[in-house]
Structures are given as structure tokens and as C-alpha cells.
Design a protein around this ligand. Structure first.
Ligand SMILES: CCCCCCCCCCCCC/C=C/[C@@H](O)[C@H](COP(=O)(O)O)NC(=O)CCCCCCCCCCCCCCC
Ligand SMILES: Nc1ncnc2c1ncn2[C@@H]1O[C@H](COP(=O)(O)OP(=O)(O)O)[C@@H](O)[C@H]1O
Ligand SMILES: [Ca+2]
Length: 584
């Protein structure tokens, strides 16, 4: 196969002569000077060729074809560093080649197209696209038609576009309508739109496989259709964490070349019913309150989260809860190992082996017929109880423009685990420090009131009687109540490391800093606070407080490849300057 596709000849680009070689995996062209010495080589992996067209082709301002019979044009992925973001921006590169004869031109286009088919088996031919016209800054339609559609057309992708008229339309369509002939589903919107696709596709796949989604112990069937995300929302966390930038052109190019990134999904259950699926943030306390508050201010657009975040921070709340968790194998990885899950991540690759090649033996995460989660290999559940500022579970880093390294910077996209972050009640300045560290590279887990655990499952319940209590006096959660009630913090040195203990029968102490800070901020807030918060599940408020969650390894696949390591990518051009270069 490799030798069949090989082609080598002299070609011209403008008035310069090049030696072009197609090896099967790569298409290279090297400038040759008058003395036949090689100069600079441009090398494009065949998998990153977007399209090959006869003639001299442009696509902006409109598609134009000068149909000369000795020329062909190759479109391909070109990388740029992206300033603020961690990942790389992808743009459409274009080179027009001239051949000495028409026969050679036809040979080049035929070979390149065959190589494309051979080396990019997952390239979509037909896509189902849902646009949320109201997501983010309400630019979904414009982004799709001006930026994405021309690229899909160039790549020969046909798409069926649905502009949604109501919430959950995309989900319902995926659950009920005929999906035959589609290779993938794309949303143009934010995390909420992605969540609709996630629910629709997972639900449809389980229906067709005859599996019950309600039972947390059932091993769910991975979805056959890929999901593409064109970011046009408010947080765009799933896009940022799987691509590394929020950029519609970059995302469209990942879709076109058929990149494939598996993703862990957390199922959330209550009383033996499925409540929701989550991939990014499942958060109780602070993040739940921020979402509940922000729904009242949707008109503010993406800014609603900053406004609500500030208001909720000032209200200075903490909540009682009991958290049970099932730790993952600490030998595989740790949330404190300071590694990052990047494109081609070895921890995720090892998990693929474990999840799909050993699933028939007793080493699987759960035994599929075991509704009480008691397989021998699952390990021991751990229980902690106390007052928390927030309890968060995330299946991936959940990086987003607000927090470029995310809620858990060392979490993995596809390792079959999630990171459980427990932020115990603490003084307002301590909590602010924790929040603020999300905006920099400082370790947000290196604080005495924060714990992080890599887990396979989590249960959350309320201390008996809490659900009925409703509201409690704010003073009670901040200054009036004694330290014993509040579960305030204490750091002790155990085995040489700082460990945090709260409400575990150990002595408790309030620091001076805590005592000083609390009353000042309490003066700014309301006098009544609810005793119970809500769960924020990828931007949706859950109806239940007591939940049971399980991580399903690699349940869905996105058209993405994870964040590319800048240091390992060679063909990256200088920083992209939007002012002087057009998109195409
Ligand atoms: C002091 C600065 C603090 C910055 C803290 C940033 C933490 C950000 C972590 C964000 C994790 C995001 C996980 C993704 C969630 C989304 O699924 C979900 C839905 O997104 P969609 O609307 O696009 O559909 N988004 C959300 O739920 C939004 C959560 C955002 C929380 C941001 C909170 C901002 C807090 C600002 C606090 C300021 C305190 C200042 C005190 C003087
Ligand atoms: N046509 C529509 N009208 C109202 N709501 C919609 C529509 N289409 C989608 N939605 C809902 O809007 C919510 C937010 O959408 P999303 O695209 O995530 O934007 P944002 O990031 O700004 O929240 C989603 O939960 C989705 O279900
Ligand atoms: Ca994970």
C-alpha cells in the first residue's frame, strides 16, 4: 500500500521549483535552488490534508476556481501559537502547484485523494449540525455560516443543519429521529448544547443496545457517532479542555480531518434512576449556587457567571454533607502528579487497554450484573462528613478561558476516572485564595482546607434531617456558632505531610485570620441562607441533592485530539495575529 501511493516529481509553486514527494503518510515539498541544492521543506501529514482541487483555487472572499489544466491546489492544516491559550490555533494553509503536464497533475490529485482515504478513515462525509441561536453572544448562526460551512464544503462534507427553536430539541431529535447515514453530530453552542448531544447519543445508543441507563452498575455501550463542537457558548469548557483553544476554525478543521478523542462520562443517579450525565463540572455548594444565581441574569450573556460568582462569594456559604467515594488505583496516576493530559496521553492509552481489552475479566471497574457495586476488584469506599464550601467532581481538567489549567489540571480526558475536589469550610479569604489560584499556575490543591481524590464513583448525601431544615441563619455558618459546629479547620503534620482534618473527631481550632475576616464579609450578605445547595451538572441545575455517580470510561468520542504539546509540534508558525491575517 505504502509503495503504491508513493509519488515524486518536480513541481512549481509560483516561480520557484520544488521537489515534491508523497510517501503515503506525508506530503513534502522542498525548494530546490539553481544548483539543485535542497532548501526549506514543508511537510504535511496526509491525515491533515483538508482537500485537493484541480486548478488554482481560492475560497475567500468567495470560492473561485481558475481551471488551468496543469495546476492543482492543496489545502491543509497550518498551526499557529495562540497567545493566551494553552493549545494551538489551526488555520487553513493553501498551496497552488503547477505541473509540467496535465497527466502528471492528474496523477498527483489521484494519488493525494487515495492517500487521504487510506490514512483518515474517520473523516466524516455527512454530518448532522445543531445550532443554538441563543448560546453565548448569540453568534452561533453567523459563526457556522461564515466560518464553518465554507470549510465543510471545501472538504466535501454534506451537512444537515437544524437551528434549534427550543431547549432539548437536539437531544430529542437524537433520541427519536432516523440517524442513518450520519457519521457524526455537531453542535454550535456552549457546554449546554454539548450536553444535549451527549444525552441524546448516549440514550439512543443504550436504547438500541437494550441496556438500562438507570442502573449505575450497568456497563454502558460506547456511542458509535462522533461529536463535534463548534464553540459559540459562554464557558465552552468541553471544547477548551479537548482542543486547547476556543476557536471555530480550529474546531471545524478537527472535525473535517476526522480526529478522534475518547471522553469519560459521569452518570448521575438518584433512587435508581438516571438523572443526568456530566463530563466537566458536577459541583455542589459554590458552583451550584453560582449557576442558580446566574440563571436569573441570562440577559448578561457570559458575564452572568462573573457577576453571580461575586455575589455568591460574598454570601459566604458552606453546606453540610456526607461524601462517599471509591478511589481509583493510585498506581495508574494521581491528581497531584503535576502531569498534563496532552494529545497522545500515555495514561489514557493504557486505560484504553484496561477498559476495552480486559473488560470480560473480573478486573473491570464494576461487574456488569452487580447492582450493589461490590466486585472484588473495586476497592474500598471512603466516607467523609463535614461542612463544605464546595464539592466538585470532574471527569477531565475542565480548563476554560477563565481557568486555563482548569478545576483539576492533571485530570485525564479518557482514563476512566474523575477527580473529586473537596473544599472544606474555611474563612472567606482562604476560599478566595482557592478560587484565585484557578486563574494562574499556582496549585489550588496546596491549601490546608482542600483535598483532591482520583475516583471511580461518588455518592453524596445529607446529614439526617438537613433536607427538611430549609434555611438556616447565616450567622450560624460564619461567626456566631462555635468552632465545634462549623467544622473549622486544623492542619496537622502526619507522616511528614500536611493533612487536613475536619469533623472527624479531631480537635478543631479557628485561626485568627478566620475570626477576623468572617464578620466583615458577613455584613455584606443576606441574613438567611439555605441549608442545602443545588448541584451544577455541566451548567444544568439537578433536581436532586442526594446523588450517586459513576464514571464510564471513554463512553463518547469527540472530533478532537486533546491539547497538543507545543514543544512537540514542529510545524508551528509564529503567533497568530488576527488583525493582519484573514481566516482563510
Ligand atoms: C477570583 C477569580 C476566580 C475565578 C474562578 C474560576 C473558576 C472557574 C472554574 C470553571 C470550571 C468550568 C466548568 C464548566 C462548566 C460549564 O459546563 C457550565 C456551563 O457552561 P455554558 O454556560 O457555556 O453552557 N458553566 C458553569 O457552570 C459556569 C461556572 C463558572 C463559575 C465561575 C465563577 C466565577 C467566579 C468569580 C468569583 C469572583 C469572586 C470575587 C470576589 C471579590
Ligand atoms: N432555541 C433554543 N431556545 C432556548 N434554549 C435553547 C435553544 N437551543 C438550545 N437551548 C438551551 O440553551 C442552553 C444554553 O445553551 P449553550 O449553547 O450551552 O449556551 P451558553 O454557553 O451561553 O449557556 C442549553 O441548555 C440548551 O439546552
Ligand atoms: Ca477522566
Amino acid at each position: 500500500m505504502e509503495t503504491d501511493l508513493r509519488l515524486e516529481s518536480s513541481l512549481w509553486v509560483g516561480n520557484k521549483r520544488y521537489r515534491a514527494v508523497l510517501t503515503g503518510w506525508h506530503f513534502n515539498w522542498t525548494e530546490v535552488d539553481k544548483k539543485n541544492r535542497d532548501k526549506k521543506t514543508i511537510s504535511v501529514p496526509v491525515a491533515e490534508v483538508v482537500g485537493v482541487e484541480e486548478g488554482r483555487v481560492e475560497i475567500l472572499p468567495q470560492k473561485s476556481v481558475e481551471d488551468t489544466d496543469k495546476d492543482f491546489t492543496v489545502f491543509y492544516v497550518k498551526r499557529f501559537s495562540s497567545g493566551g491559550s494553552y493549545g494551538l490555533l489551526w488555520r487553513l494553509g493553501r498551496t497552488q502547484f503547477s505541473c509540467p503536464s496535465r497527466a502528471l497533475r492528474d496523477q498527483w490529485t489521484k494519488h493525494l485523494r487515495t492517500a487521504l482515504k487510506t490514512h483518515s478513515p474517520l473523516r466524516p462525509h455527512r454530518l448532522l449540525v445543531f445550532i443554538n441561536p441563543f448560546g453565548g453572544k448569540k453568534k452561533g448562526r453567523k459563526i457556522y455560516h461564515s466560518v464553518v460551512a465554507p470549510l465543510f464544503e471545501l472538504a466535501g462534507i454534506s451537512s444537515h443543519v437544524i437551528v434549534t427553536e427550543r431547549a432539548n430539541q437536539a437531544r430529542d431529535h437524537l433520541l427519536k429521529k432516523d440517524l442513518a447515514g450520519f457519521d457524526g453530530v455537531v453542535c454550535v453552542g456552549g457546554d449546554g448544547m454539548f450536553s444535549e448531544l451527549l444525552h441524546g447519543l448516549i440514550g439512543r445508543t443504550q436504547q438500541e443496545a437494550g441496556l438500562c441507563e438507570n442502573d449505575p452498575a450497568v456497563t454502558l455501550q460506547p456511542c458509535p457517532l462522533h461529536i463535534g463542537i463548534i464553540p459559540a457558548g459562554s464557558t465552552d469548557c468541553v471544547c477548551y479542555a479537548t482542543v486547547g483553544v476556543i476557536d471555530p476554525v480550529t474546531s471545524a478543521l478537527h472535525i473535517i480531518i476526522g480526529d478522534s478523542q475518547p471522553l469519560d462520562v459521569c452518570s448521575v443517579h438518584q433512587a435508581s434512576s438516571l438523572v443526568h450525565y456530566s463530563v466537566s463540572l458536577l459541583g455542589y455548594g459554590f458552583y451550584g449556587d453560582v449557576l442558580a444565581e446566574s440563571e436569573k441574569h441570562r440577559w448578561m450573556g457570559p458575564l452572568r457567571y462573573d457577576y453571580s460568582g461575586t455575589m455568591v462569594y460574598l454570601s459566604n456559604r458552606s453546606y453540610a454533607g456526607i461524601v462517599h467515594y471509591l478511589p481509583a488505583d493510585p498506581q495508574d496516576s494521581s491528581p497531584r502528579d503535576r502531569t498534563r493530559c496532552l494529545s497522545g496521553c500515555s495514561v489514557c492509552s493504557r486505560s484504553t487497554e484496561r477498559l476495552f481489552h480486559q473488560s470480560s475479566d473480573s478486573g473491570s471497574l464494576y461487574s456488569s450484573h452487580n447492582s450493589q457495586y461490590t466486585s472484588d476488584s473495586e476497592g474500598e469506599w471512603v466516607t467523609v462528613e463535614g461542612r463544605f464550601r464546595c464539592v466538585s467532581l470532574t471527569c477531565m481538567s475542565s480548563s476554560c478561558p477563565k481557568s486555563p489549567l482548569g478545576l483539576s489540571p492533571s485530570a485525564h480526558l479518557a482514563d476512566g476516572t474523575g477527580d473529586l475536589i473537596l473544599v472544606w469550610d474555611t474563612h472567606p479569604l482562604g476560599f478566595l485564595k482557592f478560587l484565585y489560584r484557578h486563574t494562574s499556575t499556582q496549585d489550588q490543591f496546596d491549601l490546608p482546607f482542600v483535598e483532591v481524590h482520583r475516583v471511580k464513583a461518588v455518592r453524596f448525601s445529607l446529614p439526617s434531617g438537613k433536607e427538611e431544615e430549609g434555611y438556616e441563619d447565616m450567622g450560624a455558618t460564619s461567626s456566631a456558632i462555635d468552632d465545634e459546629e462549623r467544622g473549622y479547620i486544623e492542619t496537622v503534620s502526619r507522616n511528614g505531610s500536611q493533612q487536613y482534618l475536619a469533623e472527624r473527631g479531631t480537635e478543631r481550632r479557628t485561626t485568627n485570620e478566620q475570626k477576623a475576616a468572617t464578620p466583615i464579609l458577613c455584613g455584606l450578605c443576606c441574613s438567611k441562607a439555605p441549608a442545602v445547595s443545588v448541584w451544577n451538572c455541566d451548567g444544568e441545575i439537578l433536581p436532586n441533592t442526594e446523588i450517586d455517580c459513576r464514571i464510564h470510561g471513554q463512553l463518547v468520542r469527540l472530533y478532537a485530539r486533546g491539547i497538543e504539546d507545543r514543544a512537540a509540534v514542529h510545524n508551528c508558525s509564529e503567533e497568530h495575529d488576527n488583525k493582519c491575517e484573514r481566516i482563510f
